[in-house]
Design a protein. Structure first.
Length: 404
């Protein structure tokens, strides 16, 4: 049996992963502490926005903060941009020390400024990381091959062993023993197949394997809340959702129960041991360099406080969050609404999942959309899709709009 202190979540998404993560930094660190875990890695998608909140929460709950990001990765970014190739993979990058943290931020900034990519106006903005950038800013970094959508596992899954070996070799040449092959088990057949090949390749290349959970929500029962976020992120109901409810923050015991080898789970603690204490002061701007962060220009680069101010406020096309912001930021708690509005109360009484979802999402840091786009997203959600939840959320939105 793996002890909690021997396991570290090295792949975790908070609400800093604005398109699909709903874990608050405080709740994340609180749960890790209650479980008896000693460290957590923050690896939001293409964003460093949550760093200050995460560091504050980690210190509060006596958790060692590990700072990282899950980048969108291609072998040659400029070639992908010129050919409008929308294929991209994932790659997790973690800072070992202050130099690694500076390089992590430079990778983030350079990927957004040098390799900014958007296939068409309604597609998601990307900052692309590639081998060239990694080679320029490799000092002090730890790399994992990320989830099922990482480059090496994707090549292996499709039978492209030459490209898998080529990419894995390039990464190993750059990072040596600081490269880890990441696996998970979310009970998805394609994922299982890809990771079986990855484990085999790890043996041949003498690369250590680490077990990850790729957490996007805190608890299993939060899966529906995350589905609402990701399903409406383009301003309409796309129907896109994760394959199941297994992408939550798990204990070491739950990780073992998936069938992952204890060795791979315990290997995560090696990453935590390699990471030192960051001494960088993120609260005070230290330079006035213009840069592009998450698609929005800012005048401050070096401080993490500046990163949070300018990289988190992207407009998130999700149909539900305007109401939650009005609801919980302006002194009208949900309990008051349930008392005063019998129509809304009826839907909450009929579906406990709705109340849990609203309360879960109320603490999520998100951007806001104009009213017409929010209603457009709602109207595009099929009536037969969670009909009670849909109507309850719609009524809450209507309530909030009436009080603008």
């Amino acid at each position: 049996m793996v002890k909690e202190q021997d396991y570290v979540s090295i792949h975790t998404h908070t609400d800093g992963s604005h398109n699909d993560g709903i874990i608050s930094c405080d709740k994340l660190c609180e749960k890790a502490s209650l479980l008896g875990q000693r460290a957590v890695a923050l690896t939001d998608h293409n964003s460093l926005a949550a760093f200050p909140r995460f560091i504050t929460a980690a210190n509060k709950h006596d958790i060692k903060p590990i700072l990282g990001s899950e980048f969108y990765f291609v072998k040659n970014a400029q070639q992908s941009i010129q050919t409008k190739d929308n294929e991209r993979f994932h790659l997790v990058v973690i800072a070992k020390n202050d130099q690694g943290l500076k390089n992590l931020i430079m990778l983030h900034n350079q990927s957004w400024t040098k390799n900014y990519f958007r296939m068409h106006p309604r597609s998601v903005e990307r900052g692309l990381l590639d081998v060239e950038l990694l080679s320029q800013y490799s000092e002090g970094l730890i790399i994992t091959t990320a989830c099922y959508y990482g480059g090496v596992p994707q090549y292996l899954f499709t039978g492209d062993t030459d490209n898998a070996l080529s990419l894995a070799s390039e990464l190993k040449d750059l990072f040596g023993e600081d490269l880890y092959f990441e696996i998970a088990d979310h009970f998805i057949p394609d994922e299982t197949k890809a990771f079986e090949h990855l484990i085999e390749l790890a043996g041949k290349m003498e690369v250590k394997v680490v077990a990850a959970q790729d957490a996007h929500y805190l608890n299993k029962e939060d899966a529906f809340a995350q589905e609402l976020l990701i399903g409406t992120r383009f301003g309409y109901y796309s129907g896109f959702k994760f394959p199941n409810d297994q992408f939550y923050f798990k204990s070491a015991q739950e990780m073992s129960e998936t069938g992952l080898k204890d060795e791979y789970i315990i290997n995560t603690s090696e990453i935590a041991e390699k990471v030192g204490n960051y001494s960088w002061d993120y609260s005070t701007p230290k330079s006035e360099e213009k840069t592009l962060i998450n698609g929005a220009y800012s005048k401050t680069l070096t401080s993490l406080d500046a990163l949070s101010r300018f990289s988190m406020f992207r407009k998130i096309p999700s149909a539900i969050f305007y109401a939650y912001k009005k609801l919980f930021k302006e002194g009208d708690p949900l309990d008051t609404i349930l008392t005063e509005d019998p129509k809304i109360r009826k839907y909450f009484e009929q579906t406990p999942l709705l109340e849990h979802t609203v309360r879960t999402l109320s603490g999520v840091e998100v951007g806001l959309l104009p009213r017409r786009e929010l209603f457009a997203a709602f109207s595009s959600m099929p009536p037969e899709k969670f009909p009670l939840e849909r109507m309850g959320i719609f009524l809450i939105s209507q309530w909030a709009f009436e009080r603008e």
